[in-house]
Design a protein around this ligand. Structure first.
Ligand code: A2R
Length: 318
């Protein structure tokens, strides 16, 4: 049986490795000390890479693999992969849509509840003895009946809207194209932010959404408004966010993603208006297993017939 050469950029679970090692000859980028030396020996023989949305396929690696045919990304976002360059070279790219919708939506609801209900502070109040020393913790804000704006009403955005229904919200949304849904559509993000109590970002990253949540959007959301970002750090102008929080022009931020991950600006860490997570939106055992299985399924299908199970839209015609 042939075992094509596969370069792994980033990690994989034991389950993924056990399926892959039977089918591919694996090279791990983390074990390559000298990329040029490795590339001169193996680069031309590598036909597939496995990566993730964060690491992508860096340009020097693309250049070192002249016969690359398939790139399988672990994750739904693939802004780290230059799909134009892949299409130009006929490289097929897959990702893992849908299997993480529920978990990212759960994370969104938990950020919403933790922020509005002030549970971060309440937990500290209970743990520190403030309850006995100072009395009842301050009141907080109910998540019920709020107007919630979804920036990016795609697979995950729709799941967020569905799961939010337990709070009887008014859902509104902004995307580039109006969708066939009953929610109110805003073609202008600032206008939507002005109408919202909470703004949830769940668009892809990349140039078209870079800092789309800017000073004007944050100030329109206002002193009682909450921003939730479960998409990509690049979607929010982080400097403007820090200014808006520190000046009280924005009420709260619940953030799972950051511009310079894994670095989080000290101002966001120090703020009592933030709930911070280390990019764990999809990071449950169950969901990561499903994402890993789909990543491997894509590679195995490509090995068997040259097609991908879940290609990214840009490469679907290849
Ligand atoms: O704009 P449209 O009509 O293509 O709608 C998409 C929207 N979107 C945008 N909205 C406003 N301005 C933009 N520049 C823009 N670009 C895209 O984001 C669509 O409603 C949504 C993306 O939905 P899906 O492609 O179904 O992605 P999914 O699976 O919901 O994941 C979204 C992102 C990933 O790319 C990762 O960055 C993150 O969630 O995990």
């Amino acid at each position: 049986m042939s075992t094509p050469n596969l370069l792994m950029i980033g990690g994989a679970t034991d389950e993924m490795m056990s399926r892959l090692t039977q089918e591919f000859t694996i090279h791990k980028l983390s074990e390559i000390a000298d990329l040029d030396a490795w590339a001169s020996e193996f680069g031309a023989s590598v036909e597939a890479v496995m990566t993730n949305g964060h690491d992508g396929v860096p340009a020097p690696i693309m250049a070192a693999l002249p016969n690359l045919k398939a790139a399988a990304a672990f994750g739904v976002g693939y802004d780290g992969i230059d799909t134009d360059a892949c299409v130009a070279r006929g490289i097929k790219v897959s990702h893992t849509p849908n299997v993480l919708n529920a978990e990212v939506a759960n994370t969104t609801l938990l950020l919403l509840l933790t922020g509005l209900r002030n549970f971060r502070h309440d937990e500290a109040w209970a743990r520190s003895g403030d309850w006995e020393a100072k009395g009842a913790a301050p009141l907080s804000t109910s998540p019920d009946g709020k107007t919630i704006g979804i920036l990016g009403l795609g697979r995950i955005g729709q799941e967020i809207a569905d799961r939010l229904s337990i709070f009887n919200p008014t859902i509104v949304y902004h995307t580039r194209t109006k969708k066939d849904v009953a929610y109110t559509y805003y073609d202008n993000l600032v206008d939507m932010a002005a109408a919202c109590d909470v703004l949830v970002c769940i668009t892809p990253g990349g140039p078209s959404t870079d800092k789309i949540v800017n000073k004007d959007v944050l100030e329109a959301l206002g002193p009682k408004g909450m921003l939730i970002n479960v998409s990509r750090g690049s979607v929010v102008d982080e400097a403007a966010l820090i200014d808006a929080l520190d000046s009280g022009k924005l009420g709260l931020a619940g953030l799972d993603v950051f511009a310079g991950e894994p670095h989080i600006p000290d101002a966001l860490k120090a703020s009592d208006r933030t709930v911070l997570l280390p990019h764990v939106g999809s990071a449950s055992h169950e969901t990561r297993a499903a994402m890993g299985a789909l990543t491997v399924d894509n590679l195995l299908q490509w090995k068997s017939d040259g097609t991908l199970l879940t290609p990214v839209p840009e490469c679907a015609h290849l």
